[in-house]
Design a binder for this molecule. Sequence first.
Ligand code: ADP
Ligand code: TZD
Ligand code: MG
Length: 585
Amino acid sequence: MTVQAQNIDAITAGAMPHEEAELTDGFHLVIDALKLNGIETIYNVPGIPITDLGRLAQAEGLRVISFRHEQNAGNAAAIAGFLTKKPGVCLTVSAPGFLNGLTALANATTNCFPMILISGSSEREIVDLQQGDYEEMDQLAIAKPLCKAAFRVLHAEDIGIGVARAIRAAVSGRPGGVYLDLPAKLFSQVIDGALGARSLVKVIDPAPAQLPAPSAVARALDLLKTAERPLIVLGKGAAYAQADDAVRALVEESGIPYVPMSMAKGLLPDTHPLSAGAARSTALKDSDVVLLVGARLNWLLSHGKGKTWGEPGSKRFIQIDIEPREMDSNVEIAAPLVGDIGSCVEALLAGIRKDWKGAPQAWLETIRSKREANIAKMAPKLMKNSSPMCFHSALGALRTVIKERPDAILVNEGANTLDLARGIIDMYQPRKRLDVGTWGVMGIGMGFAVAAAVETGKPVLAVEGDSAFGFSGMEVETICRYDLPVCIVIFNNNGIYRGTDTDPTGRDPGTTVFVKDSRYDKMMEAFGGVGVNVTTPDELKRAVDAAMDSGKPTLINAVIDPQAGSESGNIGSLNPQSTLKKKSA
Ligand code: ADP
Ligand code: TZD
Ligand code: MG
């Protein structure tokens, strides 16, 4: 959009007395560049110097969702990127706002989510001489090591290129976070409208297909054919790739059992006969050839070695990943398949369709019987109608909710609340489970919930530990303000892991406990949403159903036995404990 203005020069020169020239400025060029590239939503916290940018973007038809804290806006942008394969855009003010957004940018990069953090900044001349500008900070330098790429634009006519570079960097190859630094002076720079329009860049094919080399495909197929106990591990890269049909065909036509990583759950329904999710330990330990599809051999897969993976040397890996340097990062990858997941999986499928004897029956039977035994062992725990609830009985109720509403999006964070929900709640559709990801970071909950609702229009169920929720809890106001179909369930066990800690000196509360018997539901009522307090699984199920039927912002305070949890949830082994504990006087 251009700004109409009198051509002062022309008038004073007396040449074209009443002619008007089309002008534009930095604000409008940023908006035009985003719109030209299909960006529809900005996740924002307003202030100097970007208040008008948000306002004008809204006026120009972009959706601008304003948050209460930049970290939540950033997390929203990051998960929008994961859900849509387009970079999610977060907009912040300078120094403190930028730093608040930076955690989300770093987390997006760690998780391979495409995101662009756009921050206003103060003037280079003053920052570089460290003369103490308003919110002075060398933001570009600080962002650089924490993201995939960082750019600064100084001239209005470079905005188109700056935005194009940011988009391409975020989504091509391994996706990640990009920082775009826009100094205050840039926004009000006025240039000729036609020149401005010509300076914009539409990014063609921002994430080009990357085909695997035929020799690498042949090597992978040869290895797969030697397997007696093959296994496929699906990671969130496979969910991100949106190659759902190809991934499903690979599993079903090869007949190889698969284990989904947390955010890959639902790529095939967790109830699929080839799912080895409920027989995970056996599948990882006893398999002989493992095909990794968009999953890194990081801590979440015990680095591909140790007890989890059975006898040393018992495993050979095939890895599909778009990032060549991921190969051999922890153990030897016998058959690296570098390329995008859609292309790599299609290439393997073509080979399997030509020549494949099927997965050995004895192995399938081992997985099947283990899975059924584990499911049977779990079942009675999920059915108890106890009060106060334990994690299992409460999650049993939520498991039924998702079974009945498979298109709802589940957001999940906490420790016990996370680990147990991941195991208990079956997912049925791709990209419906959003959680703490690679870092196990608390605080993603409300940002993810808002973006999930905004980007998909589907109902969102956020299952939150009471501690986890606290990191982003103020955004319940945002959820009410935008009237989003978000139902938050707080698993309220009075604290972090358990609600029973004490201070041995008797002076203060224990370090992991919160106010007993808090009523988080009242927070939602404060902003006009629905608050419900529940103490049994039946009440919980009814309250969630009502929220999902009405689509009204709802917060359910689910009272959980404070004794029920365990320290650090399922990853207690990573938590060092002193063997020299002394009781203070
Ligand atoms: P999980 O935590 O589910 O195990 P990770 O985040 O560790 O998954 O791994 C995701 C991997 O997927 C990353 O190594 C990333 O490079 C890769 N990836 C992301 N998108 C694609 C894609 N389109 N094609 C191939 N690999 C991808
Ligand atoms: N800070 C950040 C940003 N991320 C973290 N992961 C932590 C702190 C440490 N932490 C965990 O790893 S889980 C957790 C914290 C504070 C909260 C667990 O308590 P909860 O869940 O109430 O959310 P449960 O159900 O009580 O275990
Ligand atoms: Mg808790």
